[in-house]
Design a protein around this ligand. Structure first.
Ligand code: 4AD
Length: 481
C-alpha cells in the first residue's frame, strides 16, 4: 500500500517506494494531453508530481484532472518516488519526484485566487520590493515567461485582506516561526531566572497607561476598558508576594497611529521583579535575555532568516555581548552635536530616535542599545523619579535599529507619591484606587519592562512594517480578517 509521507522527508534513498502525499497544488503545467506536472506544496516544501498517461497505471482522465487543478487546491497523490534525470528546478525537493498512480482533489480552490502564492512578477529589475515579487522564487522558474501568465502587483493591504493565502508564502511561514522562537526564548530565559508566568485581566476598570489610547467598553453597565498593558496587575502580583513574574498576552491600544510600527492589538512580553539596590537589576535581565534571544535566532533559525532575507533583504543585527547603556542626556548631546533639533527634557520623536540609532551605531558599533534616565515628565505616572534629581527618572528604553522595542523602569511603590503623580497627569485616581491601595499593605521596591513581540520580530528581521509580523494585524483601520 501507499504510506503517508511528508514532502520535507522525501529523499533519494526512498526511490521505488510507494507513498501518499497531501499538499496544495502550487503549480500545474500540462504538456499536451498525456503528461501533467503538479508541484505539490506542504508548508514550505515542494515536490514535483508527474502525471503521465503512458507511464504505467496512469490514464488520460487523471492527466485531465491534474491539468485542470486550480492552484492551491488540496490534492492527494499516491505514487512511486523516483529519481529525475536532472534536478527539478523550482522545487525544494529537486532530487526526487513522484510518479503518480492515483490523484484525488480533496478541496478545490476557487480558480480566480485574489492573490497568488506562487506567481512571481516578471519585473525583476524593480528596486522596491513589491509584495508580489520573489514570493516563491524557485518555483516560479517553472513558469517564467509562459504564455498567459499575468503580471500582478498586489499591495500589502490586499494581501492582508486575503491573509490566509498570503501566509502560505515561505517568508511568512518563516516570520511566524521566528516569532514563536522569540516568545519561547523570552519564557525560557525568565523561567531559568526564577520568574513565574502569570495572566492578568484584560478587562479592567481604569486605563493602565493613562492617555487617550484606550478602548472603552460597557462592562455590564459599569465603565470599563481593555488593558493597555499588564502594568497595574503585574505590579499587584509583585505586591501579592511573587518576586519575579512575566506575562505573554494581548495588549490593546486605541491609538490612531497609522504608522509602520503601531498596532491596536499586539502581543506584550512583560516582566516585573523586586529590586534590591538599583533598577539596573532590571536592565541586567534585559541584557541577558536579548543577547540570548538574538544569539539563539542567529544560531538556530538560519533557514528561516535566509528565507525572510530573500523576500525582504536585511542586514544582520549588530549587538554587543553586554548591551550598551547610555544616558538620555548623552543621547541628547549626540543629537545636538549632529545638528538635530531636540526639545530640552522632551520625548524623542521617531526621526530623532532613528537618527540617534545611526549615531550610536557609528560611535559604538551596535544596533541594540539602552537609553536610561529619561526625564520624569515624559514617562508614565507609575515611574520612579531619580533619588538624586526628580526631574529625571529610573527608567529606560531599548532600541533596535533606532526604534523602540522595550520600555521599562523602577515603579513608585509609595502610595502617596503614586497618587500625586497620577493626579498630576490628569488620571482619575478613583478608577485605579485598588491599584494604589495595593501599596498600602507593605510593598517592596520593584521594576520591570514591556516588550512588543511584533516590534522585536519586525526590527530583528528588518521587515519595515509591523503588520508583516502580526498574523492577523489590527491597526486603526483594520478589524478584518
Ligand atoms: O512603551 P509601552 O507603552 O510601555 C508599557 O506598556 C509599559 N507598561 C512597559 C513597562 O513595563 N514599563 O509599551 C511597551 C512596548 C514598546 O516598547 C513597544 O515595543 C510595544 O510595547 N508597543 C507597541 N507595539 C505595537 N503597537 C503599538 N501601538 C505599541 N505600543 C507599544
Amino acid at each position: 500500500g501507499y504510506g503517508w509521507a511528508d514532502v520535507a522527508a522525501l529523499e533519494q534513498s526512498m526511490a521505488g517506494r510507494a507513498v501518499r502525499v497531501r499538499g496544495a497544488a502550487h503549480a500545474v503545467r500540462a504538456v499536451g494531453r498525456r503528461v501533467a506536472f503538479v508541484v505539490l506544496r506542504q508548508g514550505t516544501s515542494t515536490v514535483q508530481c508527474v502525471v503521465a498517461a503512458a507511464a504505467g497505471g496512469g490514464d488520460a482522465g487523471m492527466v485531465r484532472l491534474a491539468a485542470g487543478l486550480s492552484r492551491e487546491s488540496v490534492v492527494d497523490v499516491a505514487g512511486v518516488v523516483s529519481l529525475p534525470r536532472e534536478p527539478v528546478h523550482g522545487t525544494t525537493q529537486q532530487q526526487v519526484e513522484i510518479q503518480v498512480k492515483k490523484l484525488h482533489c480533496i478541496s478545490r480552490a476557487t480558480p480566480n485566487l485574489p492573490i497568488s502564492v506562487g506567481r512571481r512578477s516578471a519585473k525583476r529589475g524593480r528596486r522596491r520590493q513589491s509584495q508580489s515579487c520573489k514570493l516563491f522564487p524557485a518555483v516560479n522558474l517553472l513558469h517564467h515567461g509562459q504564455a498567459g501568465e499575468q503580471v500582478v502587483h498586489v499591495g500589502q493591504d490586499k494581501r492582508l485582506d486575503y491573509r490566509v493565502i498570503d501566509l502560505r508564502t515561505p517568508a511568512n511561514q518563516a516570520i511566524f516561526r521566528v516569532q514563536c522562537e522569540v516568545e519561547n526564548i523570552f519564557r525560557q530565559v525568565l523561567l531559568s531566572e526564577g520568574f513565574v508566568g502569570i495572566h492578568t485581566p484584560k478587562l479592567i476598570g481604569g486605563s493602565s497607561e493613562g492617555g487617550a489610547a484606550v478602548f472603552k467598553l460597557d462592562y455590564n453597565g459599569q465603565p470599563g476598558c481593555l488593558a493597555q498593558s499588564p502594568q497595574l496587575h503585574k505590579q499587584m502580583a509583585v505586591c501579592g508576594g511573587f518576586e519575579r513574574v512575566f506575562e505573554v498576552g494581548p495588549v490593546f491600544r486605541a491609538e490612531d497611529s497609522n504608522t509602520h510600527r503601531h498596532l491596536c492589538e499586539f502581543v506584550g512580553l512583560d516582566m516585573e521583579m523586586v529590586i534590591r539596590d538599583h533598577y539596573f537589576e532590571v536592565c541586567d535581565v534585559v541584557d541577558r535575555l536579548f543577547v540570548a534571544m538574538f544569539d539563539h535566532l542567529n544560531k538556530n533559525c538560519t533557514k528561516e532568516l535566509e528565507t525572510i532575507d530573500r523576500q525582504y533583504p536585511f542586514k544582520p543585527l549588530k549587538y554587543l555581548p553586554k548591551t550598551l547603556r547610555i544616558e538620555y542626556d548623552e543621547g541628547i548631546g549626540m543629537l545636538k552635536e549632529a545638528g538635530v533639533h531636540v526639545e530640552a527634557m522632551g520625548d524623542l520623536n521617531t526621526e530623532a530616535e532613528k537618527k540617534l540609532g545611526e549615531l550610536v551605531h557609528a560611535k559604538y558599533g551596535t544596533d541594540l542599545y539602552m537609553l536610561c534616565r529619561y526625564p520624569s515628565a515624559v514617562r508614565p505616572f507609575y515611574t520612579m523619579p531619580c533619588p538624586d534629581d526628580p526631574r529625571y527618572s529610573n527608567s529606560f528604553d531599548v532600541f533596535v535599529r533606532g526604534e523602540e522595542i522595550i520600555s521599562g523602569a523602577q515603579r513608585v511603590h509609595i502610595p502617596e507619591l503614586l497618587a500625586r503623580q497620577a493626579e498630576a497627569r490628569g488620571i482619575a485616581v478613583g478608577s485605579i484606587a485598588a491599584y494604589i491601595d495595593s501599596f498600602r499593605y507593605g510593598a517592596p521596591p520593584h521594576g520591570g519592562f514591556g516588550v512588543g513581540l511584533e516590534r522585536v520580530v519586525m526590527l530583528f528581521c528588518g521587515l519595515g512594517n509591523i503588520r508583516k509580523a502580526s498574523l492577523f494585524p489590527r491597526d486603526p483601520r483594520r478589524l478584518q480578517p
